[in-house]
Ligand binder design. Sequence first.
Ligand code: HEM
Length: 460
Amino acid sequence: MSGAKAPTVTGASLSKWTMSYFAAALLSLLAAEALMAAGYGYPADGLQAPSTLVVVHLSAVGWLSLLMCGALFQFIPVLVNRPLAGARVMLPALLCIVPGLVSLVSGFMAMDGLLETAAPLLPMGGLLLCTGFAFAAGSIGLTLMRSRPLPIPSAFVAAGLAGLLVAVALGFVFTQVLGGTLAAPVFAHIAARGVPIHAAAGLGGWLAMCAVGVSYRLFPMFLLSPDAQGTGTRLAFLFAAGAVATAIAGGLAALYAGWPMPDVMLVAAIAAAGAAVFYGRDVINFYRARRRRDLELNMKVAALAFVSLALAVALPVVQAALGKSDTAIAASVYMAAFGWLSGLGLAKLYKIVPFMTWLECYGPVLGRAPTPRVQDLVREARAWPWFVLYIASVWAGTVAIALGSATGFRMAAAGTFAATAAIGVHLVRARKLSDVDGSRRFPEGSLRPSLLYSLAPGRR
Ligand code: HEM
């Protein structure tokens, strides 16, 4: 994409701390993958083991939630065409979430016997995470509230924020109950039976809804295809919102009215599968109707991420038919979290990082000096094998979970680790403009970007 064709993200809306969110997110993903490759957590340990909780939260909070917050701070202004409200909370939010996550994960490790300490790690972690996510959700939510009526992509994000609040509130209760700071029977009851609601609100409500919402806006932008607006798109939203509402409201009713929790979650999962069908139809239309004939690497990898979503939806059905429903959910959640959400996340990072870097560095000198194109900041021919290794390893890991092979899963996780590390190196190279050649790299008046923050063009 040439800079002249990028009017939607202006210098003024360049989000200052998004790069720090991305850096912390990538480090968390690498940590989670390294632990999985070392055989820590599921499937070597049980689904509810403290080691599994460590890996789950490094992935869901450290990687996916920080990635999502960083991306939303940058793209919500594009989605609603107005500046971010309360943008100054971006750094305090990060400074609460990262130590909160370290504390939470250390608390789980202490439960696992790996740390010996009397420090209230879980309650402290819960409090910090709650505060950090409240800052982030406040800023994004206020921006959306001021932009009503919301178009479909922003409506997805608004529903996603509701999912985040429920997941974090329940997570907070769990940390206080496990840490001994809340003992009332009502909270003990929530902690004992509320985990499926927490997991569904976090993964399905917050992460999936926001990923879908952002992609409804970014895909037409990156592929130069028409926006999706028809009845199918509205049905995708209604099914998805219905799934989240069922999981949360039905789940809470199950807690108190004694409804069977698995049945409530099954109804929510069926609605979510319906949403995936309508969303998938829109995604196929984005690719079919595109005016950009040659696909950039990030859009090719995004297509593989969508195939992963389709497989994640199909997997439980196939496994149930084979009578292996015990591992079906774990395999399907792994495929959705690492194949779809993480595959999409890594692919989009490979577009967003060069795009923001280009705006920051070359925006100020555009028209006054020869500048590279955004795509000149990356070397797709060198990066693509790593993306293929990443997706292939996730698919292999899913098969290993489905077959119950802990060794196979460790080998596959080592593949995801190597691929993510290499993709990380490519992102750092893009940020440092290492692949831009000669005199066009730093024309006079251009800026040298920092790895951890962005400055609006002209502010240095
Ligand atoms: C936002 C995304 C989140 C997702 C997708 C998520 C997902 C999950 C999942 C799947 C489990 C069950 C794992 C297992 O049984 O092995 C779980 C448990 C737990 N989560 Fe989260 N979580 C999220 C955020 C949080 C936050 C922000 C906190 C703290 C404030 C938290 C605290 C906990 C605790 C303490 C448990 C253990 C509950 C118990 O076993 O009694 N989670 N989470």
